[in-house]
Design a protein around this ligand. Sequence first.
Ligand SMILES: C[S@@+](CC[C@H](N)C(=O)[O-])C[C@H]1O[C@@H](n2cnc3c(N)ncnc32)[C@H](O)[C@@H]1O
Length: 306
Amino acid sequence: MYKTQTIKEKIVERYSSLVDNSDQFTNAVKKPLKQTFRINSIKGDKDKILNDMRNYDASIKKIPWCDNAFETDLTNLGSSIQHFSGQIYIQELTSMVPPLIVSNIIKQKTVLDCCAAPGSKTTQMAEIMNNEGHIIANDARHGRIKSLRGNLDRLGITNTTVTLRDFNSFPNTSADVYLVDAPCSSEGTIRKKNAVARKWRQHDYDRFSKLQKNLLKKACEMAPKGSTIIYSTCTLAPEENENVISQILDEEDIDLKKININGLKLDNGVTNWKEEDYNKEVKKCARMWPHHNDTDAFFLARMEKC
Ligand SMILES: C[S@@+](CC[C@H](N)C(=O)[O-])C[C@H]1O[C@@H](n2cnc3c(N)ncnc32)[C@H](O)[C@@H]1O
């Protein structure tokens, strides 16, 4: 408990200068997150599944900015039959945003999910694609591939091929959409009990940043002209976010696109951090702050290969 509070205080202190309202930010970070889930229509009729879920909690609330997302006061959805049978998938709201922003361009298409395990976004994209088209879901860690396979199986996903490979040495692969949901310091998950591993130091942020830049660069280099590349992290650290995108903009032939989702408040990317100026284009990136939508924190960039 003491350790968690200390990490929260550190995060509030580190990022207060970047937020519009530091009191609201502080209060949101301290408040636990409610459990959220989405319905997997591959495993049944959406209205029927929702009605069944309402037998456990009549006050289940629909999330206004995501058609398929719901919030509940329950904390034990993981022991429901709907979870075991893959009719629902327990997922943070922020994690649902990357698939949402490509939902109108992935049907019948090829998606390369570069860092896919345990498959929250892979399974969400597969559902959006009606189990058609093709997803290649890659991850470098054998242990996490097992949970990815388990989730694909449980949710009835059949349009996905799983690969176990360090993405830095992934063979050149043509796709319509690349998702780089990068490993990160995970600071944005601070509202979830014990989710943040430890207090990070500057050299940790710099280490993540290098790793992230290499993964994103690899995706940008193999992407064909006109394809879409999404970069996302669940951290607030500009070193792992705007800094990565700024370097990629300077080195690769890509355009950064603005992200909009009806009903979801997104903040602009920051162009300066710790006396370092970034490429001004990074304003087009999207930051999700916990107090804006009552969620975790998250970062997104949407790019198009020129
Ligand atoms: C943020 S998690 C991905 C979460 C996943 N996209 C989801 O929605 O469930 C980052 C993942 O990157 C994987 N990873 C780390 N380094 C990698 C690399 N060099 N190549 C491929 N995957 C890597 C980790 O094993 C981890 O599963």
